[in-house]
Structures are given as structure tokens and as C-alpha cells.
Design a protein around this ligand. Sequence first.
Ligand code: ADP
Length: 453
Amino acid sequence: MSILDWLWLAVRVLAGAGLGLLAGLLIGRPWFGVALVLGLQLAWQLARLSRVVHWLRRDRPEPAPDFGGLWGELVTLIVRLHRRRQYHKSRLLRLLRELRRSTAAMPDGVVVLNPGAEILWFNRTAGRLLGLRGKTDVGFRVENLVRHPEFVRYLRGGNYAAPVVFRPAAASERYLAIQVVPYGTGQRLMLVRDVTREVRLEALRKDFVANASHELRSPLTVISGYLETLAEDPALGAGHAEPVQEMRRQAERMNLIVRDLLELSRLESSEREIEGARMDVAALIAQLRRDVAARPEPRPSVDVVLESGADLQGDEDQIHSAFRNVLDNALKYTPPEGRVRMRWWQDAAGGHFAVSDTGIGIAPEHIPRLTERFYRVDPGRSRETGGSGLGLAIVKHVLQRHGGWLEIQSVEGQGSTFTCHFPPPRLVASPPATAAPGEAAGTVSQPRRLTAI
Ligand code: ADP
């Protein structure tokens, strides 16, 4: 509405008031005439307003009242606004319908949860996999319907980095993987997948490796035994001595690979964290140091820094194997004139065992793949040094089963640091009785540097 229209309206009102004033003068009551005309104008405007309100209140669409001027413009604006809203609404509805149709047809199950973990919606696959029923189960808390303890722990835990895999019922042959994806304000999306086939294949693979390794052990022991006897036989011709020695070395390598494969199979037999028992870390490190001292020279010098007297709660054999693997690698990949350092310390993040070396180091592109089975930076060198290629895979699994993780830092040509991190609940403070003489009873974090070897 332009300024001219407003002016025209004002002129009309004023003209009406003027006429009313004139008519009032004729009867000797000028203000009565003005009031009457303004009153009539007001009544006319109210009548239009009432028609607009009546039109807006109608549920069914009805042609808009055809007013001119100010009221006509108001009605046009309302109609335009309404049409725009209708357009967006129907577009949204169409999108929503399409979204629902596509998620309903998805091969994976989808469940939408509100912040209170109550089911808002689920598709057909989720209903079939989780045994949810169409109308009755909407609005119920999901943990009351899917009661498996592992799922409930996962849902409440809030750590949704990886899916949880479980058997929905003890008698069921089926395995389900559920991945929760948080979105919006506290809402969660649950993706449900039937992973029975994958779980079975994985179990088959693990069984195969375990059985094959087990079956190989006995013939290998026999071969190694005969080769040893043969190597010590004085009647062995000079031409055969070297090949027999090589056969012994290779048989020893095979023994090592079989041993490591069996150890990995044992570690993989369960995903659960190991509870274990209290183990003396200082004693374990001292043992590792003694083992290194017994090795033939030349080899890098090893020194130990014990900054914590805390012990660990875990499986002693497994932790020994993990620490030994990391230390063996440092010795293997460091030249004799280099240095290796073992360090054990604790802080708010837990307990940490690090082995640093001044060896050949590792290029950054290899670091993320080092814990894969049989991954070697330089396969030739690894074989030469008698490595099975499984050492770091074992370390990773051992740490995982203790709630910990392996950190690898390295600079090619300068050296590496492999750190085994353990979470705080795995630490056990050293009892006062075991404190070394001269040390304040119960103090566990006095830095203690042990002699280098
Ligand atoms: P391997 O038996 O071959 O040593 P591992 O799984 O223990 O197998 O290690 C995998 C690879 O990681 C090794 O082949 C080697 O290339 C590299 N690596 C491990 N530790 C070190 C280290 N301290 N310095 C340099 N490279 C290392």
C-alpha cells in the first residue's frame, strides 16, 4: 500500500468528519454530526474486520472476500502467506513420506529413540530382528524390550564408537550388531544388522588358524628334534653341515610363528576384558632386563627408569609377552651402538610402559599398519632377525583385553617409542611392605633409575 493510498484514506475520514460537522451545524450540534459520521465509519471497518476473521476461522477453504483498499491488501497478504506455508508443508510431508518409505525398505533395521530412550519409530527390519510389534511397542523404553545385558550396558554407557554384537536370546542362533548414532538434542538412531554370517565366518577363521597351528606343532617338534640330533652327529659330512644348520634355523622360525599364532588365537578367543591378578611390574621389568643381559653381545645397551612402584591388575603371562615383544623389537631394530630404554610411570591417565630406542625408526605411512598380522616394514630384515610378524598384533590384543592401548611414535632414522597404556583401574598401589629399604613406606612414585646394562 503506497503513501497515496494512506493519504486517500485520511482524506476520506477527514472529509466524512467535515460533512458530519456541516450537518451538525445545521441542527445546531456540530460535534454530534462529527461523532455520528466517525461512528458509522468505525462500524463499517468493524464489519469488514469481522468478515475477515470469519473467513480465517473457516476450516474449509473459501474464496477470499473481495475488498478493495486496505482490507483488500490485508486479505491478499494473508492469502499469499497461507499459500507459501501450504507449499512448504506439502513439500516437507512429501519428503518425510519418501524418507519413511526408503528407511522402511532398508535391509538394515532402524529405530528412532527420544532422549528418554523411548521408541518413536522403527522400520520393518528392526521389528523383525528385535521382535518389536507395530503399534504396541512404540513409546516403550527400548531396554525394556531388548533386555540383553550387553546391549543395555552399551546403550547406557554412551560410548557409541563401535557397534555392540550380541545374541538376542540364549537359544537363538542369530547374532545382531547394534550401532547407536546420537543426533539432534539427545535423540538417538539405532541401526540394527544381522551379522550371523560374519560372526560364523570369523569363528571359522579363528578355529582354522588355531587348529592348523596346533596340528603343525607336533610334526615341527619332531623335525626340530631330528635336525638337532643330525646337526650334532659327527658323521655329518662337511657339505651337509651348513644346509642342516639352515634347516634348523627355518624350523625354529616356524616354531616361533606357530607359537605366536596359537597365542593370538588364545587372545582372540574372547572379547571380554581380562580381570587377572595383581602382578609386580618392577619385578617383571627386572626379569626382562636380566634376560637382555644374558643375550650375547654385541647388542644395544638397555637402561630402565622406574618412576612408579604401582603394580598392575592383569594376566601376568600376557603382559610379560607384550612387554617382551616390544623390547625384543627395540633390540632387533637398533644397532649395537644404540640405546634402548624401558620406562614405567603413572599419572592421572593410568600406568604407562614405554620402550624407546635409537634404532632405524619407521616411516609415518607404516605406523598405522604395524599391528596388523604379518605386516612388516621390511620383510627381508624381519625374517633375518627371526621375527614372526605377529609380535605387535599380540601386543595390541593383550592391551585391548586389559582396557589399554598401544601408542607408536617414531622418526625414521632416529628411533621409536612404543608405549603400552593401561587405564587407572588397572593400577594397584604398591603395599608398604614391599617398599625398598630407605624408601618412605607407601610412596610409590619416587623416580628410581636402575643401572644400565
Ligand atoms: P616382527 O616379528 O617382524 O618384528 P612385529 O609385529 O613385532 O613383527 O613388528 C612389525 C613390524 O614393525 C616389524 O617388522 C618392523 O618393521 C616394525 N617395528 C617394530 N618395532 C620396531 C622398532 N622398535 N623399530 C623399528 N621398526 C619396528
